[in-house]
Design a protein. Structure first.
Length: 217
């Protein structure tokens, strides 16, 4: 996470003055002004760079929809999902499943991506913060749906079979870039944004689909 600093009152006051003078000197691009103010309150710190604040068209559209208090129109949502689907990097060796035991460690880890970490620190998936992973868990986030019996509920008994391929590919794609399936999903684009490596995504897919995984017990 980015190390945050309070925005100086003088900077906010200046912004208010600029906005207040808009009618006298012409329109002010408030989006740009807001972005400039936010960026001025952050600095590069360790592995975390100010560039993390940059947004793409998907994030801009979803933010605008949030501000307006209404969902994206269907055409825009479908176009953004199609664009995000094109960013999904499929396994380079054709293997979608790794080691579910490693996947469990990744799912339960919230390590990495802070200014006190270094680029050698393996990132965790932080999955438990939004999902129930194992039905035995008593503490978990509820932003996302429970993942308990994820593979079993989808009829996956052999993840390597041709019958399971659509679910396997969907699961990989969802982890890699969730916005390929729901334009304004709250789920991080773990692979697309470089949060998790291809090997880590492979292990998470195994956690969700391997019949021996605690997820499917």
């Amino acid at each position: 996470m980015k190390k945050q600093h309070k925005i100086p009152l003088s900077l906010l006051a200046s912004a208010a003055i600029v906005a207040g003078c808009a009618t006298a000197s012409g329109p002010v691009d408030l989006d740009k002004l807001t972005g400039d103010i936010v960026k001025a309150s952050f600095r590069d710190e360790g592995i975390v760079k100010v560039a993390v604040l940059d947004t793409d068209e998907t994030l801009k559209a979803c933010s605008a929809a949030d501000v307006a208090g209404k969902p994206l129109d269907e055409a825009t949502a479908k176009a953004l999902e199609a664009a995000n689907l094109k960013t999904v990097k499929w396994p380079s060796d054709g293997k979608f499943l790794g080691d579910w035991k490693e996947g469990e460690k990744i799912a339960q880890s919230g390590r990495g991506l802070t200014w006190t970490d270094d680029d050698k620190t393996p990132n965790g998936g932080n999955c438990y913060n939004c999902h129930q992973i194992d039905k035995k868990e008593i503490s978990f986030g509820t932003i996302g749906p429970s993942l308990s019996n994820y593979g079993k509920l989808r009829g996956v008994t052999d993840p390597s079979s041709a019958a399971a391929r659509p679910i396997v590919e969907y699961t990989w794609g969802k982890i890699w870039n969730a916005k390929a399936f729901n334009a304004c999903s709250n789920m991080p684009r773990a692979g697309h944004m470089g949060i998790l490596s291809e090997a880590q995504v492979r292990d998470l897919v195994a956690l969700l689909l391997d019949p021996k995984s605690p997820v499917n017990q």
